[in-house]
Ligand binder design. Structure first.
Ligand code: TRP
Length: 375
């Protein structure tokens, strides 16, 4: 069997198994693979040479899943899979139906409460959804703990002009009437350059379960992120600066894919955001993954995080030389706030395509990675 004959599910499952092993899961726990199979649905049975089944924005090469490994400063690790449950036919209405099927199957089997999804789904999942996606999910695995689930909605799903109203109403229904004001004052100050990009809900009933709003900052400088972070008590802007410098390198204005801020609100404390996270799409600001890895390892060294674990996680998803492509390390994020801080590295599955490294002349961050699909 050649590599191209492998199914998408097998390819992604092997990557996920490797990551779970790195994060210290007991060997033989098949729960992550079971959830991955459900998330991929029929797309999982396609071979890699079939190519992507639908247009999907989860990852640059249209693989419908993306992995991440979270390094909490207290030493805890989590493995996550972000994904779109694809429909059989192209179009968001089919994706929405597939997403709901996935959620129903999972909630029964793993006792996942879906009240928060139901509370906002008519807002964010209209019959004629627009934009890059309608609903995504993330599977969250921690060693020795039951799996958790998060749903992501698209504030732009009814068009740009409705985004703010949708988010306001979403927060209101979840008992967070004042959440938007704080965010508007810190992160929505540059007109169309600051854009509402995701509205996410944790699907569990713990008092620390969260509602999150993400804002993309186009053409931003680090100071914009520092100002955004100031909305959260105890989020030290100096750490944001160190992070932008370590991961962004020489970049001063992030003109490629945008910096993204997210705020999370816990039901236990609706008075203000409990956590600020900054996501930096490192792949647009490096010539290749070897440089991306060096930057992340440098940041890890300063934070006292284990670069060795980072390297093992990279080896779990790929065996290609890092300098041979760009985009394996897709984003890096820093999370700050009184509920704990940490660093997360997002790793692409690259099931369908590896983007070619950039020549020095393009590294000035036009930011547009080669998007051709070559299975
Ligand atoms: N691929 C999309 C992007 O890069 C969406 C996405 C996937 C994303 N993972 C992410 C956005 C992590 C922010 C952070 O924009």
């Amino acid at each position: 069997m050649t590599l191209a004959d492998e199914t998408l599910f097998n390819h992604a499952r092997n990557q996920l198994r490797g990551l779970c092993e790195v994060a210290g899961f007991a060997p033989g726990d098949e729960t992550p693979s079971v959830l991955l199979r459900e998330l991929l649905g029929p797309a999982g049975a396609r071979t890699l040479s079939d190519g992507p089944g639908w247009r999907c924005d989860v990852a640059d090469d249209q693989t419908p899943v993306e992995f991440s490994i979270a390094f909490d400063d207290d030493g805890r690790r989590a493995i996550r899979v972000l994904g779109e449950a694809g429909g059989e036919k192209p179009g968001h209405s089919d994706d929405i139906a597939a997403g709901k099927r996935f959620l129903n199957a999972l909630s029964k089997r793993f006792h996942i409460p879906i009240e928060r999804f139901d509370a906002v789904s008519d807002l964010f999942l209209p019959p004629r959804a627009e934009g890059t996606f309608a609903v995504w999910f993330s599977l969250i695995f921690r060693p020795g703990a039951p799996p958790k689930l998060k749903a992501y909605f698209n504030p732009q799903v009814r068009g740009d002009d409705q985004a703010q109203d949708l988010v306001l109403e979403g927060f209101r229904r979840l008992g967070l009437d004042h959440a938007y004001d704080t965010i508007a004052r810190h992160a929505l100050l540059r007109g169309a350059l600051d854009r509402l990009s995701f509205f996410a809900v944790d699907l569990d009933d713990s008092p620390l379960s969260r509602v999150k709003l993400y804002v993309s900052h186009h053409d931003a400088v680090c100071a914009d992120a520092e100002r955004a972070a100031a909305a959260v008590n105890g989020a030290d802007p100096l750490r944001i600066r160190e992070f932008c410098q370590a991961i962004g390198g020489e970049t001063t204005t992030f003109r490629g894919r945008p910096l993204v801020s997210s705020y999370s609100f816990v039901s236990a404390d609706p008075s203000g955001p409990g956590t600020y996270s900054l996501y930096l799409p490192v792949r647009d600001y490096v010539p290749d993954d070897e440089v991306a890895r060096e930057r992340v390892a440098g940041f890890f060294a300063r934070q006292g995080l284990p670069a060795r674990t980072l390297d093992r996680a990279i080896d779990a998803v790929t065996s290609r030389p890092l300098h041979a492509g760009v985009g394996l390390l897709a984003h890096v994020s820093l999370r700050l706030g009184p509920f704990g801080s940490g660093t997360t590295v997002y790793l692409s599955s690259e099931a369908y395509h590896v983007a070619a490294p950039r020549r020095p002349a393009d590294t000035v961050c036009t930011g547009v990675a080669d998007s051709a699909i070559t299975p």
